[in-house]
Design a protein around this ligand. Structure first.
Ligand code: ADP
Ligand code: ASP
Ligand code: MG
Length: 625
């Protein structure tokens, strides 16, 4: 007997007929001998309609009251679902988040789960009932209703599966229901598509269904815009090792399995692409180039619970640097409000641009292959699409483009990696072992980049978390074998970056971190890291290309860098990570010259002389031995 958590999204419970269909599915699962928990979202567009209703009253609804309102959508669904199941002759009981003790922090409209009490659910299961739980909602320490952020029912479902799998119920309440606890837990997400596609099939019709992808890949894809799953649900899946099956509520077809990383995945350099349409780019020009400045800026933003997305920390020259980053377009105003007083204190200017869109590619194979960035940049260059910002992570590359170019950019990239064709994990059986993608023009890296967390007792690490949804930092380390190239004052024209990376790649040099940002009007600054042994050659090649672009652009290299990696889960969407890193390093007077963030790894470049010191500071800040 297994415990199965089935989550039905808004479209899957939009009408009475669909509720009955979902109810039948839950009953079938129960009759097959399983215990069943059903998590439901609000019906159809209910949540949007409730938000509109609030806006008819006031432009800025108070967050506590908005949560009170939004949570009603799910409450309707659970009651109807319980009625449907009972009408079909099976015992069922519905619970709100509060009733089953989904405790969250008090960040209304985007609360994070602290703990879940399993007792009431287990008791009902033991009585042979199908348990129906309202997704997307919880309760804080003041008994106020909270919601988890749009799309948050996925997170409720996977968190329930995780907590039941590891039986994390507090001791006192646990004894009574211990007999009911089972460790075999399945999590099924029923939605209006038959799985996770290589990109949103509504935007790119050639997109192909993926059969299997890793937690890290899905986490990155979701947090980079793949709306099919709430990214925070995948943090839970990864931390609690809950395989997730995403499938259609309208058929019995096999969907997509989100599972632990397997060897064959290293052979797939890109598994999917994603788009965030509405971002805003903010650039702070002329800040003093000294430790502590970024920390002040990102702390102020994090204190307003605003998630900074792409960060392009520029190298700086003449004692002044610029910092570029993006936030979601709807968070631009509060971000500008936070920055205004800071900028005037620092003697800096703040510029912003919107609407801009972010196009990203994701794939585990990027850890073991090179040539991925070149192909992406070449595809965009061919389409004459200018990249306003570039950041990389260990298994992702993101570029910021004009919103008008967004869909064209996504299509171009999707096609460049031939994501519409069958390949291992998407229409073909997985390849055994570590096959190479050499036939498709990608080369194996001499050494794979750190990021994997093999050999770690993840479960033990997870159990140490004070709150279920805390970020999990599993490792921090340092490498000193890289050098950095920086190009100042590059004209901001489509194709320039592509030309540089083509030249570097043609010489077989492996590029790791890439950061590009716009500085003064019409100029770009591009930095990237290469193995130190290739630094002189990379400098020469870059200089040759740049000379052909613009005589005013300057190229410098720095062989004295150290790179630090912080590896974990959920690092980009937790507002505090960049702040904590910047803070720890600033406290010791260590300047960060490059930073790359992703959900599973943050890398920073510092002076090599300060490398060991920086490592110690970060280990201390994140309590890693
Ligand atoms: P639910 O209400 O069931 O939670 P969502 O609307 O949240 O459903 O998610 C399903 C939708 O996600 C699909 O209809 C699809 O348009 C969109 N989507 C975005 N990216 C992807 C992707 N990579 N694969 C599949 N669907 C995607
Ligand atoms: N009903 C909520 C929303 O529309 C949560 C969810 O659907 O997952 O965002
Ligand atoms: Mg959803």
């Amino acid at each position: 007997m297994a415990l199965v958590v089935q989550k039905f999204g808004g479209s899957s419970v939009a009408t009475a007929q669909r509720i009955m269909a979902a109810a039948r599915r839950a009953i079938r699962c129960k009759q097959a001998g399983n215990q069943v928990i059903v998590v439901v979202s609000a019906r159809g567009d209910t949540t949007d309609e409730l938000i509109d209703l609030a806006h008819e009253i006031t432009e800025q609804p108070p967050a506590r009251e908005l949560d009170m309102l939004l949570s009603t959508g799910e409450q309707i669904s659970i009651a109807l679902m319980a009625m449907a199941i009972q009408t079909l002759g099976q015992p069922a009981i519905s619970f709100t988040g509060a009733q089953i003790g989904i405790f969250t922090d008090s960040t209304h409209t985007k609360a994070r789960i602290k703990s879940i009490s399993t007792m009431r659910m287990l008791q009902a299961l033991q009585q042979g009932k199908i348990v129906i739980v309202a997704g997307f909602q919880g309760i804080d320490e003041n008994d106020d209703i909270t919601t988890l952020g749009r799309g948050g029912s996925d997170t409720t479902a996977v968190a329930l599966a995780g907590v039941l799998k590891h039986d994390l119920t507090p001791r006192s309440s646990k004894e009574a229901v211990l007999a009911a606890a089972t460790n075999e837990v399945d999590c099924e997400i029923y939605t209006d598509v038959d799985g996770v596609y290589t990109t949103d099939p509504r935007i790119v019709p050639e997109a192909r269904k993926i059969d299997e992808l890793s937690y890290d890949e899905m986490l990155e894809l979701a947090s980079l815009g793949a709306g099919v799953m709430h990214s925070r649900s995948i943090e839970f899946a990864s931390k609690f090792d809950v395989p997730v099956h995403v499938r259609s509520s309208f058929s019995d077809a096999e969907g997509t399995w989100i599972v632990p990383e397997a060897d064959w995945m290293h052979a797939v350099v890109v598994c999917g692409a994603a788009l965030v349409r509405d971002e805003a780019r903010i650039s702070i020009q002329g800040v003093p180039d000294e430790p502590g400045i970024s920390h002040r800026i990102f702390t102020a933003i994090a204190e307003r619970n605003i998630v900074v997305d792409m960060i392009a920390q520029n190298v700086g020259s003449g004692g002044r640097a610029s910092i570029g980053f993006t936030v979601l377009a709807n968070e631009l105003q509060p971000t500008l409000e936070v920055l205004a007083p800071l900028a005037s204190q620092l003697g800096a200017t703040v510029e912003h641009e919107e609407p801009v869109s972010k196009v990203s590619i994701v794939g585990t194979g990027m850890r073991t292959h090179t040539g991925v960035a070149e192909r992406m940049f070449a595809a965009l260059s061919q389409e004459q699409i200018n990249m306003k910002m570039i950041t990389t992570g260990d298994i992702k590359i993101s570029v910021l483009v004009d919103r008008n170019d967004a869909v064209r950019a996504l299509r171009a990239v999707h096609q460049a990696f031939r994501l519409g064709e069958p390949r291992p994990g998407a229409g073909l059986p997985p390849l055994p072992g570590q096959a190479s993608e050499a036939s498709r023009g990608f080369r194996l890296r001499p050494t794979s980049t750190p990021g994997e967390r093999t050999g770690l007792d993840f479960n033990a690490l997870t159990q140490r978390l004070a709150n279920m949804e805390d970020i999990l930092i599993s490792d921090i380390f340092l490498t000193g074998d890289q050098g950095r190239i920086t190009i100042f004052d590059l004209p901001d024209v489509a194709g320039n970056c592509s030309r540089i990376f083509q030249a570097i790649a043609a010489d077989g040099i492996v590029v790791d971190m890439i950061v590009q940002n716009l500085t003064a009007a019409g100029r770009a600054e591009l930095s990237f890291s290469v193995p130190e042994t290739d630094l002189a050659r990379a400098l020469q090649l870059t200089q040759e290309v740049v000379r052909g672009i613009d005589g005013n652009a300057r190229v410098v290299s720095d062989g004295n860098i150290a790179k630090l990696f912080v590896v974990g889960v959920g690092m980009r969407t937790h507002t505090g990570v960049a702040r904590r890193m910047f803070g720890a390093l600033a406290q010791r007077g260590i300047n960060i010259s490059m930073i790359n963030t992703s959900e599973v790894r943050v890398s920073v470049v510092v002076d090599r002389a300060r490398g060991a010191d920086a490592l110690e500071a970060l280990k201390e800040a994140f309590h890693v031995q």
